[in-house]
Write a protein that binds this ligand. Structure first.
Ligand code: DX5
Ligand code: ZN
Length: 266
């Protein structure tokens, strides 16, 4: 399927785990380019989700690349296990890793692609030394740990800065964004220079048809946010004004008993 330069990475965090294989197959039929696997340890982020056995099971039912997003402390301890399970690439965080270069080299030694994620409060500048070694930078557009959160508008200038750094230092490095990506925010991040969109909530609908429509639509409007041939950002064309947002401030899935640890749910 033509992707117009924008790649789609549905996150299975928003899937119905009782029918995970079916939902991944739906995503594949709908034009997904890879599957984003959110891994959480309850320590690095205040949530727990998904281990290597899930990757192993999914490896048997899809041809799509499987990309674990390791939101865990000490990711080095789990790289081998996830690689053996069939992961295609890894996303590891800059935050909390005192030996990021070692982690990235270890991923490459395993024959996998390496991406580094940065949280909303982390500046783009931390990437300067590691960028030449990377296949992807992932700019978190929400605080990691949960799906279904509001896109943080304040991350847009950083996406532009990272796009410029990539252009100058490693033009074949992908620029991903993760969190709150939907029909309203896709053109903003596409216009800012992102070319990999991770989306959970907006890409796992309640029916195959709904999901297919959303996947195609998200790619289409993200591409529409770019001018022909545009690679990096263009401040004059895109503003940081908020997109369409719901007025809800509590999660529709949980009951609010999270003790305030889950801001910005919609
Ligand atoms: C957040 C995760 C995201 C999440 C995105 O910690 O890293 O991948 O699944 O979900 P949505 O699209 O619902 O924001
Ligand atoms: Zn993620």
């Amino acid at each position: 399927m033509q992707n117009n330069g924008i790649k789609l990475a549905p996150s299975i965090l928003a899937a119905d785990f009782a029918r995970l294989a079916e939902q991944v197959a739906e995503a594949e039929r709908s034009g997904a380019d890879r599957i984003h696997v959110d891994v959480m340890d309850g320590h690095f982020v205040p949530n727990i989700a998904i281990g290597a056995p899930i990757v192993q099971s999914l490896r048997r039912v899809t041809r799509l690349p499987l990309e674990p997003h390791l939101m865990i402390s000490d990711p080095d301890c789990f790289l081998d296990e996830f690689a053996e399970a069939g992961s295609t690439s890894f996303l590891v965080h800059w935050e909390g890793n005192n030996n990021l270069h070692r982690t990235v080299q270890r991923i490459k030694a395993l024959g996998k692609s390496a991406g580094v994620a940065i949280n909303p409060a982390t500046p783009a500048a931390v990437l300067e030394e590691i960028l030449p070694d990377l296949d992807q930078v992932l700019v978190m557009t929400v605080n990691p740990g949960f799906g279904h959160q509001h896109f943080l508008q304040s991350t847009l200038p950083k996406i532009r800065r990272v796009a410029q750094m990539i252009e100058q230092m490693k033009p074949d490095c992908e620029l991903g964004v993760d969190g709150g990506i939907d029909e309203a925010t896709a053109p903003m991040v596409g216009g800012a220079g992102a070319n990999v969109l991770v989306a959970g909530t907006r890409q796992h609908g309640t029916s195959a048809n709904k999901e297919r429509t959303q996947l195609c639509r998200v790619r289409q409007i993200a591409t529409g946010g770019r001018r022909s041939g545009q690679r990096a950002c263009d401040r004059s064309r895109f503003s940081d004004r908020p997109g369409k947002e719901t007025s809800e401030t509590t999660c529709s899935v949980v009951d609010g008993s999270c003790g305030g640890r889950r801001p910005n749910y919609r």
